[in-house]
Design a protein around this ligand. Structure first.
Ligand SMILES: *Cc1c(COP(=O)(O)O)cnc(C)c1O
Length: 373
């Protein structure tokens, strides 16, 4: 910062920034020139490269969005009307929408206050005779407690699915997220850790789940005009896959940068609670989320207006309060969800931050937190 520049005159630091380079542009151009735009060889290669890159040890199926991926995964798992699937309320609405779109009911369980992910003990409290599955979210890029959730699932004969929309490359005890559940979905939306424009990648634990995912993705047919089930058109295009394939070659560097940025923030921020990392967990910092116990909204406003620092709230309105799900659960049953919704603030952590940006974020938060105290 020079002496003549006030903080608010400096360039706004955005809370997220997709990184698209010449390689992505060239890849798209290659597909456009080929004349084959819909699902084809690029999608097939992307599926294989994605599974290999993240060490999933299982097949992947590419779809047109993360939300489609969750929906198809649930259909492939046989989830439907009359069933209940336990999900967090503290997540993006897509998690709950995908359950509801199958005709099943999303049942909300509370989160662990450290990881912001489903708390296995809270999950066990809401199991009923209609429960068929548990769908944790690896929120902000931190893995959910998969061994704890698997133990509850085993005890009650439930399936486990993963919403890994925000967690490309995260792991727990050396196992990558996306290798735990019957299926797992990674989102490729532009603000996620890597993108294909819009898109989703679904990993499948077994051949039958993979086959059903491919059927539901494509009108219910594996072989043309031999439709086996009622399916959708949720295919990914080769244009999108070409972007995703390039991003796959860059994502590890970006993740390292996110982790370095997070380490700097955690070492230097004062007056807010930095995000903890569980034993054995690799956090990929889709978001760097702090708790601001007092006046979170005021801090966010002052960061933007006085310091030109962007931030995000994920999620100020928990899903059980949204109109389609209101009535499923009460606030009193989800105390940690309610507290997180009121306190959480995500600071910029993305790989395009400069050292100067990081210093500005730290100086701004520390000054405001001190002023507020
Ligand atoms: C982004 C996101 C989704 C949905 O992914 P889309 O690709 O946007 O459809 C689902 N769950 C969570 C937790 C997400 O963050």
């Amino acid at each position: 910062m020079t002496e003549t520049t006030t903080p608010q005159e400096q360039a706004f630091i955005p809370p997220a920034k997709p990184l698209i380079g010449d390689e992505e542009r060239e890849a798209v151009d290659r597909v456009l020139r080929s004349g084959m735009l819909a699902q084809g060889p690029e999608v097939k290669a992307f599926e294989q490269e994605f599974a290999e890159h993240f060490g999933l040890g299982r097949a992947c199926v590419a779809v047109n969005s993360g939300t489609s991926g969750l929906h198809l995964g649930l259909l492939a798992a046989g989830v439907g009307p009359g069933d209940e699937v336990i999900v967090p309320s503290f997540t993006f609405a897509a998690t709950c929408n995908s359950v509801a779109l199958t005709g099943a009911t999303p049942v909300f369980a509370d989160i662990d206050p450290e990881s912001f992910c489903l708390d296995p003990a809270a999950v066990e409290r809401v199991v009923t005779e209609r429960t068929v599955g548990i769908m944790p979210v690896h929120l902000y890029g931190h893995p959910a407690d998969m061994p704890g959730l698997q133990a509850v699932a085993d005890k009650h004969g439930l399936k486990v699915f993963e919403d890994a929309a925000q967690a490309h490359g995260a792991s727990l005890g050396g196992t990558p997220v996306g290798a735990f559940g019957q299926f797992a979905m990674f989102s490729l939306y532009p603000t996620k850790n890597m993108t294909s424009g819009e898109g989703g990648m679904v990993s499948a634990a077994d051949g039958e789940t993979e086959r059903l995912l491919r059927l539901y993705r494509n009108q219910g047919m594996e072989q043309q005009y031999h439709n086996e089930v009622v399916g959708l058109n949720n295919r990914m295009t080769d244009i999108h896959a070409a972007i995703g394939r390039v991003q796959l070659t860059k994502v590890d560097g970006w993740t390292k940068q996110r982790q370095d940025n997070a380490a700097y923030l955690s070492a230097n921020l004062e007056g807010v609670t930095a995000p903890p990392v569980a034993d054995g967990a690799v956090h990929v910092y889709h978001q760097y989320t702090v708790r601001v116990p007092e006046d979170r909204d005021g801090l966010a406003k002052a960061l933007k207006e006085e310091y030109a620092v962007g931030s995000g709230m994920f999620y100020p309105v928990p899903n059980h309060q949204l109109k389609p799900f209101a009535g499923n659960t009460s606030d009193a049953d989800l105390p940690e969800t309610m507290r997180a919704a009121a306190e959480c603030l995500s600071l910029p952590v993305h790989p395009s931050l400069s050292q100067g940006d990081l210093e500005r974020i730290v100086n701004a938060v520390n000054a405001l937190a001190k002023a507020g105290a």
